[in-house]
Design a protein around this ligand. Structure first.
Ligand SMILES: Nc1ncnc2c1ncn2[C@@H]1O[C@H](COP(=O)(O)OP(=O)(O)OP(=O)(O)O)[C@@H](O)[C@H]1O
Ligand SMILES: [Mg+2]
Length: 147
């Protein structure tokens, strides 16, 4: 039987309120299998850290997950693997990327969540991209685009 599938592009987003976004993240985290690099893109306040917290919860991280804006990288443990949550917003230069152990982190066996991934430039490895955008029609919602 021939099935007509919708075109893959343009991808339509999900308009999610915060609770729905967290639920989506928990399910993603439950399904995630390391090694895996996930990029979280979007403007300031778009919900990248909120989504990272939910993914970590689904991935069985029990420690509180806080924004790594100043440290650049926070490390957590889960029964499933190590988790690195990285925020490159304050990255100053490429040498700093090396100094935080970027190459070892992204080539290791961990689940790696990266905010502001565009700042890693060409050093970004293959990854699952997730983008969050403000919903122009509803301040309580974000548009989530994945894959
Ligand atoms: N639908 C939504 N999804 C996610 N967060 C939402 C939503 N609606 C409102 N918010 C609020 O938006 C804020 C998102 O903050 P968060 O720190 O997750 O953003 P961020 O993208 O990580 O920002 P930054 O670029 O500064 O790291 C939170 O205060 C959250 O309560
Ligand atoms: Mg953040």
């Amino acid at each position: 039987m021939t099935r007509f599938l919708p075109p893959l592009a343009p991808v339509s987003g999900l308009a999610l309120d915060e609770s729905e976004l967290r639920q989506w993240g928990v399910r993603f985290g439950e399904a995630a299998e390391a090694p895996l690099v996930v990029t979280l893109s979007g403007e300031l306040g778009a919900g990248k850290t909120t989504l990272a917290q939910a993914i970590c919860a689904g991935y069985e991280v029990t420690d509180p997950v806080t924004s790594p804006t100043y440290a650049l990288v926070h490390e957590y443990s889960s029964p499933r693997s190590t988790v690195f949550h990285i925020d490159l917003y304050r990255l100053e230069n490429e040498a700093q990327l090396t100094n935080i152990g970027w190459d070892e982190i992204v080539n290791g066996d961990a689940l790696v969540l990266v905010e502001w991934p565009e700042r890693a430039g060409a050093r970004l490895p293959p990854h699952v991209p997730i983008a969050l955008e403000y919903d122009p029609g509803d301040p309580a919602r974000r548009i989530l685009l994945a894959g």
